[in-house]
Design a protein around this ligand. Structure first.
Ligand code: PLP
Length: 295
């Protein structure tokens, strides 16, 4: 990790924006305190976020990330985020940050200080950790039962499965469970036996020349990286499909990946303690495509 300094912009609905280009989007000291202890994002995890990869100064899938922020806000009955402000803050944060090969830019919007009805927002940019090893050698993954059926989004929408909320304590606990099982990451499965997603990633299987991923109506996040991977696959003549995937199909797949912003495409080299081959060639092509270092 280099010593480059993170950059923070506060995003606030401007009270009077007449003619003020900076209204609603202000750069502040990232080391100074800015949040109230009464903010519902802190006290209840009541808010939403996005994490956007930036490679060589270019934000990856910025518009899909902003659209997903708005979708998450809708699912949580939050005020509609001012996407123009968030877009401006993301681009300003990239501009203000030192030039580094890979940045991670996080946009956060909470329900705000209790009782005010005014959301709190910010955009934080920091240099991304080096993911080279995960992208090339791969990662060890365990399957963990999420304890919910695959149709939970339809039967219990109040559980907010499929929204990118700030309530990620469960996702973090799953990663600690993976560590206890000597693994790096997790694939959540449904209680009725289907493949879902990782705590911060989507699952992709290769079967011959087809890439498959779990259908996003199963209470999982529609991934921006997964969508980019499918774009690439289609461009090189592979087939792609969104499917309901029984857990047993993981073991029989030709290759597996967890894909997400920042780490990008991480091939799975061990599943539930069983080693498996990584598709090094396709992994390298995916990484090059996702990082915008096109062939
Ligand atoms: N699923 C979950 C639960 C996530 O938190 C994330 C990203 O953090 C993803 C999937 C992958 O989404 P993306 O590729 O847009 O980063």
């Amino acid at each position: 990790m280099s010593s480059s300094r993170p950059v923070l912009f506060l995003v606030a609905v401007p009270e009077d924006a007449d003619g003020d280009a900076d209204a609603g989007c202000v750069q502040v000291d990232p080391e100074a305190p800015h949040l109230s202890v009464m903010d519902l994002g802190v006290t209840r995890g009541d808010g939403i976020f996005e994490t956007i990869s930036v490679c060589d100064g270019r934000a990856q899938a910025l518009e899909p990330h902003l659209a997903r922020l708005a979708h998450s806000a809708h699912l949580l009955d939050l005020p509609e985020p001012d996407l123009e402000l968030y877009r401006r803050a993301v681009l300003a944060a990239i501009e203000a940050h030192d030039d580094v090969p890979e940045l991670s830019v996080k946009t956060v919007m909470t329900r705000g200080v209790e009782g005010t009805g005014i959301s709190t927002g910010w955009v934080y940019a920091a240099e991304a950790a080096d993911s080279t090893r995960a992208r090339t050698e791969g990662i060890r993954v365990v399957t963990l039962d999420r304890g919910l059926k695959h149709d939970v989004a339809q039967t219990s929408p109040w559980l907010l499965q499929g929204a990118k909320t700030l309530s990620y304590a469960v996702n973090r606990a799953a990663l600690r469970e993976a560590e206890r099982r000597e693994a790096d990451d997790v694939i959540f499965t449904s209680s009725d036996g289907y493949v879902l997603e990782g705590p911060t990633s989507n699952v992709i299987l290769r079967r011959g020349d087809t890439l498959a991923t779990p259908r996003t109506d199963q209470g999982i996040l529609a991934g921006t990286t997964q969508a980019s991977v499918f774009d690439f696959a289609a461009s090189i003549g592979m087939r792609t499909e969104y499917a309901v995937i029984p857990v047993a199909e993981l073991a029989s797949a030709d290759a597996l990946w967890l894909v997400s912003s920042v780490r990008q495409a991480a091939p799975i080299n061990t599943l539930d303690g069983v080693e498996r081959a990584v598709d090094a060639e396709l992994s390298a092509r995916l990484t090059a495509y996702l990082l915008g270092r096109r062939e």
